[in-house]
Write a protein that binds this ligand. Structure first.
Ligand code: EPZ
Length: 421
């Protein structure tokens, strides 16, 4: 398994180009199953999860490939299999998002239960109950979700018991070809939901209200392929901004979407960062100063994103002053903390909160990535640790969600190498 070797102590400086958003690309690629003619997507990041999605689409009989110009082209007109196997689904939970499109387009789908992951049990009950309300017959047998509907799904009024990004996406995709109007109340409002809705509408769907708690979808008879550009990755952007703040540097993130990062930018400013933004760029300058620790509680969008929690725990540990970070979305999302302890970070876990007193002196050490965003927080800590070298193991977690991260960090002045094993 590949490792990263990092020697910290240098402030990051310079420009970094932000890639397309993983969490927008995954549902958008799978939404191509709904279209009768080929789709072409641009700004699709080169990530393990994207490759897994393309493999899954090809397993279903679609023709999905990355073109020489970097775009992804998917022709789902020849889909002849509605079974998403355990082999693929176990490597990427988001595969469950084929349920809605397959049910809507073919009236049947067999999808492996995604199972849990490092950060939590992550059930899919909200996905399934919504589809049952739309007329699907769903059973779970032998680790597989078996869904079918006679004729078309029926539009209906769905109230989500809790805010769920994936369930909102799955139900939106199920509803675009349903009979009548579907209203999803208490819908997730993430920018990736809006991007998916914009893509579906480019295919001829009639989705309104995406980005608000009430999304309405008027079913249509069919959808055609489209050309669509995936929005920039706000979590990748936030990760680079936190790395710059932790190393007291000065960077600019280009091809970014500042309007998707209000909560993160607000916290960085409260930590003492000077942050300027333009239409598609964000500049952060610490002027060589140490950050001040801030209290954070994660929340569904537009609240503070849970996918930025691990990065800010690392930043708070080395910032000045005491602070508490509370995780309200996932039940086990502090796996980075024991690894940060190994580097000298003083963090105390109290239930679903991480308490720091600040001014931790970090030293490089061998550490292990446990999940995608935990890996990012270990990199941030390693970029600060000036004594000793840090080796980060199991970085396949990282490769799921960060495109060419060691190249991008090297260009910002970091001393970071990938050791292929
Ligand atoms: C999406 O996961 C993202 N993944 C996650 O990003 C992100 O952390 C999460 O949304 C929250 O923003 C993708 O978009 C591919 P949820 P998702 O359904 O859809 C519970 C990353 O690092 N829940 O909004 O799985 C669930 O257990 C990843 O890029 C149910 O109980 O998240 C969790 O506690 C990690 N029943 C909460 O809701 C359900 O049917 C929010 O989950 C569905 C969810």
């Amino acid at each position: 398994m590949d490792k990263l070797l990092i020697r910290g102590g240098r402030p990051l400086s310079g420009d970094v180009e932000i890639s397309g958003a993983k969490n927008a690309a995954l549902p958008i690629l799978l939404a191509s199953l709904l279209a009768d003619t080929p789709c072409r997507f641009s700004n699709v990041p080169e990530l393990r999860d994207v490759n897994t999605s393309l493999a899954l689409l090809n397993q279903l009989g679609a023709k999905a490939k990355r073109l020489s110009d970097g775009c992804v082209e998917i022709d789902a007109s020849c889909v002849n299999n509605q079974v998403a196997s355990y082999e693929l689904v176990k490597t990427m939970r988001a595969s469950v998002l084929v349920l809605g499109p397959l049910l809507a387009k073919f009236g049947e789908a067999t999808v492996s239960l995604p199972g849990g992951c490092a950060i939590g049990a992550r059930p899919v009950n909200l996905h399934l109950s919504g589809m049952e309300q739309m007329g699907a017959e769903i059973s779970v047998e032998g680790g597989y979700i078996k869904a079918q509907v006679k004729g078309r799904l029926k539009g209906c009024h769905i109230f989500m018991d809790m805010v769920s990004v994936g369930a909102t996406e799955n139900l939106m995709m199920a509803a675009v070809l349903a009979e009548g109007v579907t209203v999803i109340e208490n819908a997730a409002r993430e920018p990736e939901i809006v991007d998916l809705a914009n893509c579906l509408n480019a295919m001829g769907a009639k989705v309104t209200g995406a980005g608000t708690p009430k999304v309405s979808i008027k079913g249509v008879a069919s959808l055609k392929g489209c050309d669509y550009q995936v929005l920039p990755d706000r979590i990748e952007t936030g990760t680079f901004l936190v790395a710059a703040a932790a190393t007291r540097g000065h960077i600019r993130c280009l091809h970014a979407a500042p309007e998707t990062l209000d909560a993160v930018i607000d916290k960085l400013r409260k930590m003492g960062a000077e942050v300027a933004t333009g239409p598609d760029w964000i500049e952060l300058n610490m002027h060589g100063k140490q950050a001040k620790a801030v209290n954070i509680s994660t929340d569904p969008h537009p609240g503070f994103p849970t996918d930025m929690q691990a990065q800010f725990v690392a930043l708070n540990a080395i910032a000045s002053g005491a602070a508490t970070v509370t995780e309200t979305i996932f039940e086990n999302r502090f796996m980075h903390v024991p690894e940060l302890h190994r580097m000298g970070a003083e963090i105390e876990l109290r239930g679903n909160s991480a308490v720091t007193n600040g001014d931790s002196k970090l030293k490089g050490a061998p550490v292990m990535a446990t999940d995608l965003r935990a890996s990012a927080s270990l990199i941030i800590a390693a970029l600060v640790a000036s004594e000793c070298e840090t080796t980060i193991d199991r970085i396949y977690h990282l490769d799921r969600g960060y495109e060419k991260i060691e190249e991008k960090l090297s260009r910002l002045g970091a001393d970071i190498k990938r050791i292929k094993e």
